[in-house]
Design a protein around this ligand. Structure first.
Ligand code: SAM
Length: 283
């Protein structure tokens, strides 16, 4: 595929708008429109979908999403230098690209989106990628404002998202993602695909919300996993002491052996711990 649209090559867009990549904004740009199309296709069907794209930068992925038929793209970009480049794409696809200049961590997604089906698709800035994911995983009400997320992370982070109990990468992020979503690594992207190349391989992950996860308060779940994995080699009867409740009662009520370690407890076990913790706190 030579080109997906009649817009100028990304290299030209980047030089014309002076988009010298900034490390502070986690800027590693994809120049290959075949690759951006592959990421966009992972989020199909796009036709009836409003896509939220965080960090469009010069717009490689944005162009792929629009050329593959996304009904509307809401692109949230913090770098003001990129806005003029994105406006050229908006003019090429009239009425289909809304550019939001600002910080995605502060965005009000309900206000940006209508009632239509939404998906989040992004090559995330590495410095805020995990914080954004946690925000989206803890969205209320649930099911959330999106039907799926197709996100690029560093491979190591992707492994922490999809890990199952017993895996080396299993920890807080896997529990949160596993509680509310089905998460899967779709494919890897080599450092050479980016300008500048990062030091590590990246992976594209798809997360699909589970309609009815086991009821649980997300903040409590995070608190419990933080305590448990903060001292992952210790037995839970020790590591959970920082929660400030009767640890023996907490573990007994959740049906978990006091000698178990965090890495042996599956998602349902952590949800049970969070539920029992709330009851003990209220007692
Ligand atoms: N989507 C482009 C691509 O694939 O080539 C750029 C991806 S680059 C890894 C991350 C982008 O996120 C940059 O354009 C950066 O300016 C933007 N960004 C960084 N922090 C952000 C934030 N808090 N909110 C919105 N965008 C942000």
């Amino acid at each position: 595929m030579g080109s997906i649209d009649d817009l100028p090559p990304l290299r030209d867009v980047i030089s014309r708008h002076g988009l010298r990549p900034k490390k502070s904004l986690g800027q590693n740009f994809l120049h290959d429109l075949n690759l951006t199309a592959r990421i966009a296709r992972a989020a199909e069907p796009l036709e009836a979908t409003t896509v939220v794209e965080v960090g469009p930068g010069p717009g490689g992925l944005t162009r792929a999403l629009l050329s593959l038929g996304a009904r509307r793209v809401v692109a949230i970009e913090r770098d003001e230098r990129a806005i003029a480049a994105l406006e050229e794409i908006a003019a090429y696809y009239p009425g289909r690209l809304d550019i939001v200049a600002g910080d995605a961590l502060e965005a009000d997604y309900d206000a940006l989106l209508g009632p239509e089906r939404a998906a989040i698709v992004a090559n995330l800035p590495y410095n805020v990628g995990t914080a954004l994911l946690i925000q989206w995983l803890t969205a209320e009400p649930w099911p959330p404002f999106y039907d799926q997320m197709v996100l690029m992370f560093q491979r190591e982070v992707a492994e922490r998202i999809v890990a199952r109990v017993g895996d080396k990468a299993y920890g807080r992020l896997a529990v949160l993602a596993g509680w509310r979503t089905e998460a899967k690594i779709l494919f890897d992207v080599s450092p050479s695909a980016f300008v500048p190349p990062p030091s590590v391989t990246s992976s594209v992950v798809r997360l699909v919300p589970i309609e009815r996860p086991i009821p649980c308060d997300s903040e409590t779940l995070q608190r419990v996993t933080e305590a448990a994995f903060g001292q992952r080699r210790k037995m839970l009867r020790q590591s959970l002491k920082s929660l400030g409740v009767d640890t023996a009662a907490l573990l007994a009520n959740a049906n978990i052996e006091p000698t178990a370690r965090a890495e042996e407890i599956d998602v349902a076990g952590f949800v049970a711990l969070a539920q029992e913790y709330v009851k003990l706190k209220l007692a």
